[in-house]
Ligand binder design. Structure first.
Ligand code: 5GP
Length: 191
């Protein structure tokens, strides 16, 4: 989802369950007050980031509002192999790259209730200059048109509802027949 849609807040709730792993992205943007290197992002210089792109270290990456953002590949693969549900919190260009690379991934678009409300939230957060807020709001309006290419859309109006919607999506995915092979085999045992 675009920034300011409340992804962070929704995911903070979801991440309380240990079966999830939150992929920490790399970025060239500067840390906001309160952000910690290695926790919110791996904060890198442009050269470092470009080196990682060159050596295939990024599962996906994009340039967004003048900075690079990307998902370090190795950690994600390691956690998938451990059987975790890996969550990537990324913008649309990166999501579309992943759609090609990982067709089995599930794509959830988190939308703000309106563009006006998004602006309101960014202004309240107060971590960006008015110029950056304008840039992000117009970027978002464009991103929302990509929502149809996702599997699910969760509108973040009331936080608790959005969290429940997101958890429902994950549960629905778990219950898909194709993901229940072991359980079906178990049911059929000794038939
Ligand atoms: P922010 O600067 O507000 O933290 O993030 C700006 C945008 O970049 C958000 O939409 C966020 O989801 C996205 N983003 C964060 N990490 C990644 C990443 O690893 N890859 C891509 N493609 N986008 C990311």
């Amino acid at each position: 989802a675009p920034s300011g849609c409340g992804k962070g807040t929704i995911l903070a709730e979801v991440m309380k369950d240990e079966k999830f792993y939150y992929s920490v992205s790399a970025t060239t943007r500067s840390p906001r007050p309160g952000e910690t290197d290695g926790v919110n992002y791996h904060f890198l210089g442009r050269e470092q980031f470009e080196e990682l792109i060159k050596t295939g270290g990024m599962l996906e990456y994009a340039e967004y509002c003048g900075n690079y953002y990307g998902t370090p590949r190795d950690k994600v693969l390691e956690k998938i192999n451990e059987g975790k549900n890996v969550i990537l919190e990324i913008e649309v260009q990166g999501a579309m790259q992943l759609r090609e690379k990982c067709p089995e991934a599930v794509f959830v678009f988190i939308a703000p209730p309106s563009v006006a409300e998004l602006r309101n939230r960014l202004e309240k957060r107060g971590t960006e200059t008015p110029e950056v807020i304008n840039q992000r709001v117009s970027e978002t309006a464009q991103e929302i048109s990509f929502a149809y290419r996702y599997d699910y859309v969760v509108v973040n109006n009331i936080l608790e509802d959005a969290v429940n919607d997101f958890i429902s999506v994950i549960r629905a995915e778990e219950l898909k027949a194709e993901n229940q092979k072991n359980i079906i085999d178990e049911v059929l045992k000794n038939a």
